[in-house]
Design a protein around this ligand. Structure first.
Ligand SMILES: [Zn+2]
Length: 173
């Protein structure tokens, strides 16, 4: 049975699509070639002589194969990947901007608070570099990454649903 896997507060209606994302990312990143033997229903890469698809569980005579993942299908997975990446980068950028703002504030006003100007500048640089790193991580992968994951996954799943409809195929949940 396909298990429902929840991540970042999102449960995909297509558990096999969620599980295939990483495999498709590898193809999109050209870490593995888009050629071989793939399930004709879900486009999971299949081992030689396998009789049922480990992702969508199509089996026996129903299981037919194709030699590559169609571009149209890769675009569906790419939509999720791109959406998530945009949120991660945007969040990281926001974190860096906040650190830069703190840096400028410390440079402008820090020497009023601390007698030693050199010491104030030192603190400002620590805030810029250390704070920039921490805030970029916090707003990037941790906060915005989760939003991006949910939005991207939802977008991908809607596209996959439309793809199945367009293909006139059974809609495996
Ligand atoms: Zn399959």
């Amino acid at each position: 049975m396909a298990s429902q896997e929840e991540f970042a507060g999102y449960i995909s209606p297509y558990s096999y699509v969620q599980r295939l994302q990483e495999r498709m990312d590898e193809i999109l990143d050209r870490k593995v070639p888009n050629s071989g033997r793939f399930c004709q229903f879900c486009y999971a890469r299949l081992a030689r002589d396998i009789e049922s698809c480990p992702y969508c569980h199509t089996e026996g005579q129903e299981l037919s194969t194709v030699t590559s993942v169609p571009r149209e299908v890769l675009a569906i997975y790419q939509a999720k990947k791109k959406t998530e990446e945009r949120w991660v980068y945007g969040g990281a950028m926001l974190g860096l901007l906040i650190a830069a703002g703190v840096f400028i504030a410390l440079v402008v006003w820090g020497s009023n608070l601390i007698d030693s100007q050199r010491f104030a500048l030192g603190i400002a640089f620590v805030a810029l570099i250390g704070g920039g790193y921490v805030l970029a991580q916090l707003f990037g992968p941790l906060i915005c990454g989760q939003v991006g994951y949910r939005r991207g996954s939802r977008k991908r799943d809607v596209m996959w649903g439309q793809f199945l409809e367009g293909r006139g195929d059974r809609n495996l949940g």
